[in-house]
Design a binder for this molecule. Structure first.
Ligand SMILES: *[C@@H]1O[C@H](CO)[C@@H](O)[C@H](O)[C@H]1NC(C)=O
Ligand SMILES: *[C@@H]1O[C@H](CO)[C@@H](O)[C@H](O)[C@H]1NC(C)=O
Ligand SMILES: *[C@@H]1O[C@H](CO)[C@@H](O)[C@H](O)[C@H]1NC(C)=O
Ligand SMILES: *[C@@H]1O[C@H](CO)[C@@H](O)[C@H](O)[C@H]1NC(C)=O
Ligand SMILES: *[C@@H]1O[C@H](CO)[C@@H](O)[C@H](O)[C@H]1NC(C)=O
Ligand SMILES: *[C@@H]1O[C@H](CO)[C@@H](O)[C@H](O)[C@H]1NC(C)=O
Length: 430
């Protein structure tokens, strides 16, 4: 396996050792951040201007407005607004995305931290594109799950509220698990999403790495549609299966000793998906002819130490009675599930009947569940979690006041780029 590409399962680019090495070289070249560290004047090369917003705590936030109504003071694309944020930024920038459908990809690169995407509501602000892994690039090489998502967040302290993230690639054939098409990949630390919607089929929400908090969100897909290595809490979300498949594919890959030995900033000791107080809903049973014992699994392990817990959640009748399943290949399970940790506590609803759950899943104790209910304890949110500004606050602000960036030199020295090591860069990846 290399760089997030699942061996044998996915991109042809990485089917054997040599292929993987070449794939890794191509990818690592492609992933050098487009930094330069030079502060960008906010309206350089893009229509749009900058305003400031006084926060309740007296701090200043900078506001960029994106619309597709042709207003001269607005940025015409989300990417143009992101491009206007200086590298190695440490002040909060709000990109207010007015209602509309924005077609195209967006990359928030490493180093452009503290950006907020703010929409009026997820119903009205939609960021969409339709690229899949294995689609061809102009140079003939193929996209992978890493660079095909509609929105890519490599920056930390990213916030979003009231936005739909969509990958509009068509529904793959039933049981085709080779159609990775994420709506978003989140690879930064300390990222939070409120009232957001994530739409896709396979691999919709790639919670790649870092600590993430998803609150009041809706996530749709069919196969592995919440996946990755992040420590992520999904609280009060609706997680909707559009068809048979697997909700989660968590990719925790080692235990404490391995974590301690690793030099990666982003290796975390509590990689896990915590689905908390959420509603797990399913595809239309009339269409899919299920008899109340569905064929959607709560998860399958992408890697050996995968960890997922569902706490205080409602499970629809589309959930398979076994609950969880091995990562099966044509010849059997990809690996023994000895170190996988899949658990539930206080599941309710028609899919919650635990009598047929696989033997290697866990029923948490009240005490264990309590540790996950403490979101702040689990994610350390007291140190980083910010709530996005309200729209009212934003509208009252003087959004078009220009900001002078010439005082910004020295950001790079003050806030050097963090060390960066992707999970797949490790030697000996299976
Ligand atoms: C849960 O989410 C719903 C819909 O997004 C929202 O109306 C409600 O206020 C949320 N409840 C809590 C307790 O956060
Ligand atoms: C971690 O970094 C140190 C210093 O750069 C190096 O000596 C050590 O071998 C590295 N360990 C691993 C596991 O890569
Ligand atoms: C959960 O989703 C189902 C199906 O959409 C809905 O009928 C039910 O009211 C929801 N429950 C809660 C608590 O939101
Ligand atoms: C649903 O599936 C069952 C079992 O395969 C079959 O007997 C039944 O005819 C199907 N019903 C419909 C409406 O297709
Ligand atoms: C749970 O499922 C078993 C069969 O797997 C069944 O015998 C039992 O009645 C079910 N319990 C409830 C509460 O539905
Ligand atoms: C911008 O700030 C720099 C340094 O603080 C100052 O020298 C310069 O005059 C300012 N430019 C404008 C247009 O205000």
């Amino acid at each position: 396996m290399c760089l997030g590409v699942r061996e044998g399962e996915h991109c042809r680019c990485c089917m054997n050792f040599v292929g993987c090495v070449i794939c890794a070289i191509i990818l690592s070249a492609a992933w050098i951040p487009s930094s330069g560290g030079v502060p960008v004047r906010a309206h350089q090369g893009a229509a749009g201007s900058v305003g400031r917003l006084l926060r309740e705590d007296g701090g200043i936030q900078t506001v960029l407005v994106v619309s597709n109504d042709g207003h001269p003071d607005h940025f015409a694309s989300v990417q143009a607004a992101v491009d206007a944020v200086p590298m190695w930024n440490y002040l909060r920038w709000v990109i207010y995305i007015k209602p509309g459908v924005y077609y195209g990809t967006v990359v928030v690169p490493e180093g452009k931290d503290y950006i907020t995407f703010l929409g009026e509501s997820a119903k009205r602000t939609v960021l969409t594109y339709n690229r899949k892994a294995c689609d061809k690039k102009l140079d003939g090489s193929e996209y992978t799950i890493l660079d095909c998502p509609t929105v890519i967040v490599d920056a930390s302290n990213f916030l979003a509220k009231g936005i739909t993230f969509e990958n509009s690639s068509p529904k793959p054939d039933d049981f085709d698990y080779n159609s990775q098409a994420p709506a978003i990949r989140v690879s930064g630390d300390n990222c939070a999403f409120y009232d957001c919607v994530f739409l896709g089929w396979q691999d919709t929400l790639y919670a790649d790495q870092g600590k993430h908090y998803y609150k009041d969100c809706r996530i749709e897909g069919n196969v592995d549609f919440i996946l990755g290595y992040a420590s992520a809490v999904f609280e009060n979300c609706t997680i909707h299966s559009r068809g048979e498949g697997f909700i989660t594919a968590q990719s925790r890959w080692c235990e404490e000793e391995c974590l301690a030995a690793s030099n990666s900033t982003f290796v975390t000791s509590n990689s896990a998906f915590v689905i908390l107080r959420s509603n797990i809903t399913g595809y239309n049973l009339a269409t899919y002819n299920s008899t109340g014992t569905g064929l959607t699994y709560l998860g399958r392990p992408w890697r050996e130490y995968a960890k997922v817990v569902f706490i205080d959640s409602i499970l629809g009748e589309h959930i398979a009675p076994e609950g969880w399943v091995d990562w099966l290949t044509d010849t059997g399970p990809l690996f023994a599930h000895d170190y996988v940790y899949f658990g539930e506590f206080n599941s309710r609803g028609p899919g919650a009947n635990s009598s047929a759950r696989i033997g290697w899943s866990h029923r948490l104790t009240e005490e264990e569940a309590e540790a996950y209910r403490d979101v702040s304890g689990f994610l350390g949110t007291r140190n980083w979690l910010e709530t996005p500004p309200s729209l009212e606050q934003l509208k009252e602000s003087n959004m078009l006041q220009e900001k002078n960036w010439s005082g910004q030199e020295g950001y790079r020295e003050k806030f050097p780029p963090r060390r960066w090591k992707r999970m797949g860069d490790r030697d000996g990846e299976p």
